[in-house]
Design a protein. Structure first.
Length: 367
């Protein structure tokens, strides 16, 4: 590295040449670009040469240590550290939408297994493409005992891989917002094409067989979904203070969208479930078995067993909401008037939605 040179005048300038991986300043007055192997020029703001030399020495030391650049340069974290930071932020940011944070946590497992402690700036779009290809070739896993999982013959759905890519993109965006000098490699990787035409509407015979095979808790969850059109997580989070049996409704304070905050009318069957559950000591009507102060996170395993034991064609738990909506549309209700009951934002309650629901109304019941 050359010796520093000093400009005459009211302010003295540090000027040095980088011979290694040092950061460069393009001018004395402004700090513009980061380049390697170029001149470093920065005004000291000092008129005294001795004071300027002292500042120069301190600045050279900082450059060698990689502590400064165009700005005070932040250390590039490993993927594991960046993921931990992101999940900590997400837990606080998405308190009102816990499913969003849960989805990030689930997606993070495969991401951490693949990228491990790789520094963020070493992860390229090519690495992300390799992750996408590797995950697309993997099979699904199911629970096989306490803290154990086993693979099954079915491949991972494209939607699963896409949620993981979305999580990866969010991790990088969070790091970039923290002023870490990075480009987001996930932003240049295309998502997989998803097969979204998977909605199932149950017949009444299928519903009867399914409810008979279900556990008591799953039966109550399913009944509330079929009777009210609530989303699964909305049912899980029902609290005693939000149930108004005398007035014939329950209140859902928040959910997937702003429109999810609503009053939900109760049928006789829905009231029976709530009356049976509201007398418990826990704050939630469907408490978690391991921590009663929290709602049950999911009932997927019980649902899968009930579908298998009932010997009905496979369907998702969420399809019970679609079943409710389809039956409501076929009953001849005023679709526009019922928009709040569907918990769909007005911006999405467009003519296409109404056309689709209207077409359902005219299909035969076994369609």
């Amino acid at each position: 590295m050359h010796r520093g040179r000093f400009l005459t005048g009211s302010a003295t300038t540090i000027l040095a040449t980088s011979s290694s991986n040092l950061l460069g300043y393009s001018s004395a007055k402004s700090q513009n670009t980061v380049t390697e192997g170029k001149h470093i020029q920065k005004s000291t703001g000092q008129g005294n040469h001795r004071a300027a030399r002292q500042m120069e020495a301190a600045f050279r030391t900082a450059l060698v240590k990689g502590e400064v650049g165009i700005m005070e340069r932040k250390r590039i974290p490993s993927f594991k550290q960046a993921l931990d930071d992101f999940l900590s932020w997400s837990a606080h940011e998405h308190q009102s939408h816990p499913e969003t944070h849960r989805r990030y946590r689930v997606s993070s497992v495969a991401l951490l297994r693949h990228f491990k402690d790789t520094p963020l700036d070493k992860i390229t779009p090519e690495h992300v493409e390799r992750f996408k290809a590797a995950r697309s070739a993997e099979n699904k896993t199911v629970r096989a005992g306490r803290n154990k999982r086993k693979q099954i013959s079915k491949r991972l759905r494209p939607a699963t891989v896409n949620r993981e890519l979305a999580c990866l993109k969010a991790v990088f965006n969070y790091a970039i917002k923290s002023d870490i000098p990075l480009r987001n490699p996930a932003s240049r990787v295309k998502f997989l094409k998803e097969q979204n035409e998977q909605t199932r509407v149950l017949t009444y015979d299928e519903q009867e067989s399914y409810l008979k095979a279900a556990t008591p808790r799953l039966r109550d969850v399913a009944t509330l979904m079929l009777e009210t059109g609530m989303r699964p997580e909305e049912v899980f989070r029902i609290r005693r203070e939000n149930v108004f049996l005398a007035s014939g409704y329950l209140f859902n304070p928040y959910g997937k969208t702003k429109a999810a905050r609503r009053q939900i009318a109760l049928t006789g069957a829905a009231k029976e479930v709530l009356i049976r559950r509201i007398n418990g000591a826990e704050p939630y009507l469907f408490p978690c078995e391991t921590n009663p102060t929290r709602p049950v996170p999911k009932v997927n395993n019980a649902h899968d067993r009930a579908v298998r034991d009932a010997k009905v064609a496979p369907f998702r738990l969420y399809d019970l909401r679609h079943t409710w909506a389809t039956r409501a549309a076929r009953s001849g209700i005023d679709l526009v008037q019922w928009q709040p009951c569907w918990a769909i934002p007005e911006s999405k309650w467009c003519s296409d939605t109404l056309t689709r629901l209207s077409s359902i109304r005219h299909k035969p019941c076994n369609a």
